[in-house]
Ligand binder design. Structure first.
Ligand code: SF4
Length: 347
């Protein structure tokens, strides 16, 4: 079959794979074995599938594409963070990060090549969106970052955050499928409570996540609780206003019982004043929430600076009885911190 016309075997769910295998004269059991090779044993080619007969493996090679991603480069930060550039089958590059701390081993993964949302403080926003990642391309990041975690730190991943390049909810189907595979018993078997989907705020899709019963954690990149100011740094706010987001997050909480996290990067002179603190308090009280205050990491493409009011800002929110954590970024020396991914690709 013409390689162009072949489908990637990992684009098929188990029932479609079973149908195709049956049409090739094979049993449903074979489809299950192949599915396990793909998503549980992380096979990288058909030759590895040693419990399948050689003729069957040859038939699979003839029938399907098997697009894998590889590690192009890995950069090591002095704090242990590893930033990985992955090369996709078509030559596109994306980035993911391994963040080891004493309590957790986290992979931050990308969901798109580039991003269409143009957030002003984020390096990826300066790269044009090229395409969505497939479920397998998201899975490969997790698989390969886990291998790095085992090799360098002797630990397996216990957290996955969809906070790398791209807007996960604009690649909804593939992101959700990857979550289901990562958390399935016949996949990586990781609890959805260990997975966080982070969105710049697509209200309709937040509601859809809740309706579809996806029980991961959910984080909103908020960064300002004032429509005018938020639209200035996150243009998506013009079509997905704070009122729409509050409504969708309240709905999410009602349906899932999971408190959404509000991610708030504190930038000097942009959102770090007393007035912004009050605006954030009002927004955060509209539904049960928790707040992550993030230290800003400068990028060469934008003229923003970190604030020296981070602790004072947190104290102000705590006084209002809100749940607040400060996230000091890691991997800054290799441009692997929040908002910095693609900083080198974008220049
Ligand atoms: S913050 Fe997220 S949504 Fe905004 S431009 Fe960067 S990658 Fe895209």
């Amino acid at each position: 079959m013409d390689a162009q016309k072949k489908i990637d075997i990992r684009d098929l769910d188990l029932s479609s794979l079973t149908d195709v295998l049956k049409s090739m004269g094979e049993s449903a059991y074979r489809a299950k074995q192949i599915f396990q090779w793909l998503w549980q044993k992380g096979a990288r080619n058909f030759e590895e599938m040693t419990n399948l007969s050689k003729p069957l493996r040859a038939k699979l090679v003839a029938e399907f594409n098997f697009h894998i991603s590889t590690i192009h480069t890995a950069q090591f930060s002095k704090d242990g963070t590893i930033k990985v550039a992955f090369e996709l089958y078509d030559g596109n590059k994306i980035e993911g990060v391994l963040i080891p701390t004493h309590s957790r081993t986290t992979a931050c993964v990308s969901s798109q090549v580039g991003c269409s949302l143009d957030c002003k403080f984020c390096a990826t926003g300066y790269l044009k969106r090229q395409r969505n990642l497939s479920c397998a391309e998201i899975f490969d990041q997790v698989w390969l970052i886990n291998e790095l975690a085992e090799k360098h730190y002797g630990k397996r991943l216990d957290n996955i955050v969809y906070m790398g390049m791209g807007e996960p909810l604009l690649n909804y189907a593939n992101v959700v499928r990857s979550v289901l595979i990562i958390s399935a018993a016949e996949g990586l078997g990781m609890s959805p409570q260990r997975i966080t989907i982070s969105t710049a705020g697509i209200a309709k899709m937040i509601q859809k996540l809740a309706d579809d019963g996806i029980k991961t954690n959910l984080a909103l990149s908020l960064h300002s609780a004032n429509n005018k100011k938020r639209s200035a740094i996150m243009p998506i706010n013009e079509s997905n206003t704070l009122e729409m987001l509050a409504e969708s997050l309240a709905y999410w909480y009602e349906k899932t019982g999971i408190r959404p996290t509000l991610e708030y990067t504190v930038i000097e002179g942009v959102n770090d004043g007393l007035e912004e603190e009050k605006e954030l308090v009002i927004f955060a009280r509209k539904f049960p929430s928790k707040i992550n205050l993030i230290e800003y990491n400068p990028i060469s493409l934008a003229n923003y600076q970190p604030t020296n009011r981070l602790d004072a800002f947190a104290a102000g929110l705590e006084k209002q009885k809100l749940i607040v954590h400060i996230r000091r970024s890691r991997g800054k020396d290799i441009d692997a911190a929040c908002g910095q991914l693609a900083n080198q690709l974008a220049q």
